[in-house]
Design a protein around this ligand. Structure first.
Ligand SMILES: Cc1cc2nc3c(=O)[nH]c(=O)nc-3n(C[C@H](O)[C@H](O)[C@H](O)COP(=O)(O)OP(=O)(O)OC[C@H]3O[C@@H](n4cnc5c(N)ncnc54)[C@H](O)[C@@H]3O)c2cc1C
Length: 187
């Protein structure tokens, strides 16, 4: 990639780029820190959810309870989520997370003994200290375009993020003080 010389080394291989989009989720900060010495105030937030199957379709829409949500999937399956923990870059599912989701389900849903447990999944969300994503090019190197920090809404915000990122890539005029600009951190 880029930087002033438009070069960057990945595992001893050298690539040349005109522009690069950094969209490594929770790992974006590590990458930027190692490669160009820039560090955002952000951290990984672990989330675990569980997938179940019922004998018949239980409901059509997502249902939000105080501690959990239940979201229908295909084939009478549904997801129950999600925990929110600061456990660094740990990605395996732990028993406390299963316990939290199971007891919450017990509290809110009837007859959970009829649900078949299929699997549990954990992932890392990236969280900036102001809670908003970072979308846009770096002031110090406009060829580096950031797109991360979406925390709990990265799926929901993927289409609008892609649109904004493509505007940066293709050089559309964008307000320097754009709300999600990385420049709000004065790096
Ligand atoms: C349990 C759980 C439930 C969620 N539910 C929802 C939901 O219902 N709705 C919603 O909108 N959002 C939800 N989210 C949040 C959503 O998943 C994230 O906001 C979204 O995945 C962020 O997308 P991303 O592409 O920025 O990062 P990621 O999805 O984390 O993708 C980053 C990718 O970059 C890769 N990578 C890392 N380092 C490098 C590198 N050096 N080089 C190349 N690749 C690299 C990683 O392997 C990874 O594949 C949930 C998250 C969790 C954990």
């Amino acid at each position: 990639m880029i930087f002033d010389s438009s070069k960057l080394f990945f595992k001893k291989k050298k690539f040349n780029f005109e522009k690069i989009v950094i969209a490594c989720g929770a790992w974006s900060n590590d990458f930027l820190k190692k490669k160009i010495g820039i560090e955002f105030p952000m951290r990984p937030i672990k989330g675990t959810s569980m997938i179940f199957e019922a004998k018949k379709k239980l409901f059509k829409n997502n249902i939000w309870f105080k501690k959990i949500y239940v979201a229908p999937r295909h084939n009478n399956q549904f997801a129950v989520g999600a925990t929110e923990d600061e456990k660094g870059f740990e990605k395996f599912v732990t028993l406390d997370e299963i316990f939290y989701l199971s007891t919450s389900m017990w509290e809110y849903l009837p007859k959970i003994e009829n649900f078949r447990f299929l699997k549990s999944i954990s992932g890392l969300r990236s969280l900036l200290n102001d809670g908003n994503p970072v979308i846009g090019s770096l002031e110090k190197n406009k060829k580096v375009i950031c797109a991360f920090g979406h925390f709990r809404h990265g799926i929901l915000l993927a289409p609008i993020t892609a649109e904004i990122v493509s505007n940066y890539v293709f050089g559309e005029k964008i307000d320097r003080n754009f709300f999600f600009s990385p420049n709000r951190f004065n790096l």
